[in-house]
Structures are given as structure tokens and as C-alpha cells.
Design a protein around this ligand. Sequence first.
Ligand code: NAP
Length: 348
Amino acid sequence: MTQSAFTPPRLVLYGIGQYGSHVARMAVEKGWPIVAAYNRAGPKVGQDLGRAIGLGRDLGVVIQDCDSADYAGLQADIGIVATTSLLRLNLPAYTRLMSAGLDVLCHGAQSYYPHTADAPAAAEIEALARAHGVSFTGGGIWDMSRIWAGLLVAGPCTHIRSLFHSSITDAQIQAATPQQAMQVGCGMTMQEFFDKGLDKSPLPGSYKTIPQHVLAALGLRLKETRVRIEPVTFDVAVETRLMGVLPAGRCLGSRIIVDVDTEEGVGAHAEMDVRFFRPGEIEHMFWSVDGMPRTSVRTERLDTDYATAACLFNRIPDVIAAPPGIVPVSQLGPLKPSAFLGQRQSHG
Ligand SMILES: NC(=O)c1ccc[n+]([C@@H]2O[C@H](COP(=O)([O-])OP(=O)(O)OC[C@H]3O[C@@H](n4cnc5c(N)ncnc54)[C@H](OP(=O)(O)O)[C@@H]3O)[C@@H](O)[C@H]2O)c1
């Protein structure tokens, strides 16, 4: 497609929270039509979308209650779901949108690689998508920074023994309140971390899919996966915006550790922190390959919340062009910017 042949996709937004609002603002800025917006019952329902996302003006799209709305006859190309991370909880949204003939792009963490995140839910989504001839993709910041970074770093190798992935994600950006930060153990003593069952957190269920997704996309057959989660502490006090100064030895968050074996004997080891940062630390993801040649890449995350919404937004054209069924981002090629979409190319 030439840049000038681009037709702006027609969007439906399902879940008008932080990220749904980001996507809505990007669509307005780019002139991509928003056909309808849905949210669960509450104060957002009945508001004009433009007001709800802070534009200070009406867009002529009233947010509807997702449970009582009528989805028949929606003249749209794609539904963007930004509600919860769990496939099972999001199934009503997928069912409603796909049954109306829309492709679905979901921001939930489990949606990147549904087959291993929740196999029964994945089977339902696959059947639903195929029955309606639409596609389903999970997207967001992991697309560029974790999945494609891993694939690209393996690209030059003629031999691969193993892969290594690590990352630090800032719990202070992810969480708006101390209570939300405590979901990964921030501020707890080591004892509290285990007493409150943080070592049984559902987080690894989503994070394990990162090395699994990359290995499978490299053509390897997944054999066994081991996951665990542990508290992260430092031996110095750390000043935090949400909880003040945390003394040395206090939990700053969680580390998710994943080991994946494949039938081919190539393994992946991942250590992914979600925690408060020490001064000077920057959110980043790292991949390295032990092989020939030895390769590595580090991707840094600036403007985090905008970045994850932008990764989701920029996948929209690929998802609309994808074949029916679950199509992970690894099958869609590297992410492309929307910065120049719709602009006429200058040949001067
Ligand atoms: N893919 C990635 O890389 C990535 C990165 C970061 C976050 N995420 C995920 O993105 C999702 C959205 O995050 P967020 O920060 O935008 O959350 P948020 O601000 O809480 O927004 C979620 C929105 O969805 C609505 N909602 C929640 N459950 C719903 C349901 N069952 N049916 C209909 N509407 C529902 C909420 O309604 P109320 O107004 O009632 O609360 C809210 O408006 C989360 O699952 C988060 O974990 C993914």
C-alpha cells in the first residue's frame, strides 16, 4: 500500500480507562473515525467520549454500557479492548465485537500469546474468530520491546544455544496508588511478601509467555516451562514518590523468573522486575543470544504509558489486514510507525 492509498480505519473502543483514552486521543489526532465506545456501568457511561478523555469538547460519541449495548450493525473495522489482562474476563468483549464482524486488538497481557497464557480461552477465541472471519491480536509495549526485540536479536545467528531476557519495569509508573504498588509487593517486608501470598501472584502467568512467544516464533517447539516470583530488595534505602523512603532490605517489588526448554534443546531464561527504581535507573528490556554470533540488544522505555498505547495503536492496520484467527504480533512483522500514514509522499 502506498502512503497516499491509506484509508483511515474505523475504530470501536471497549474500555475507556488510561490506555483506551490514549488510543482515543491518538485516533482523534490522526483523524481515524471512532464509531462507538463502551465501558462497564459507572460514571463514564452516558458521557461524550471527547469529554471523558479530556479533550474538553464533544466528539458526538456517547460511551455506552457494554452489557446493555446493541452491537448489531456496527460499521467499524476493529475493536480495541483495554479492560483487563485476563482473556477469560475479556471473553464477553471479544464475543460481542467479533460477532459484529470486527477484528479485535487487545491490550491485556495474556492476549499476546493466548495459547499458553490460557489454552481453553484461546480455543474459544480461535473458534470465534474463525466463525466470523476476523482476526485477534494482543498488543502493547511488549510488541516492540520484548517480542520483536527478541526476534531481531536472534536474526543474525547461524547457531543458537540459549537466549536470555531481562527487564526492569517501573512500578511507580504502572501504579497510581500505594495499594496498586503493593500488588507487586512494594513497601512490604520479606515476611509480608510471602504471608500475603505474593509468591502465588498471577503475574508469571502472563510474563512466561514472553520467552515462550519468542522461542515459538523462532520455530522451536516448547517443551517445559518453569516460573517463580520473588521479592526484590536492595541493601540501601530508596526514596519513592508513592511510599516515601523505604529502608534497606524492604521489598521494592517483584522479580518474575522464567525458564523455558524446547524439544530442540535451546532454552530461554528470563528475569523480569516490576519494582520501584533507584535514582538513575531507566526502564529497559534486554535480550542476548548465546550462539554464533553472540548478539544482544537493549531497548529503553521513555514516555512509557504513551509508548504502550502507541504500540497498540500502530498495530491497527496490521490487525485489520491479518487473516482470520489468533494472529500474534510475531506474525505481523516489526511494528511500523503511524507517523507518516495518510501523508502524501513528496517526490520533489
Ligand atoms: N499490553 C501491554 O503491554 C500492557 C501494558 C500496560 C497495561 N496493560 C493492560 O491494559 C489494561 C488496561 O489498563 P488501564 O491502565 O487502561 O486500566 P484502567 O485505567 O483501569 O482502564 C480499564 C477500563 O476498562 C473498564 N473495564 C474494566 N473491566 C471491564 C469490563 N469487564 N468490561 C468493560 N469495561 C471494563 C474500566 O472501567 P471503570 O471505569 O469501571 O474502572 C476502565 O474504564 C489492563 O489490563 C492492563 O494490565 C497492558
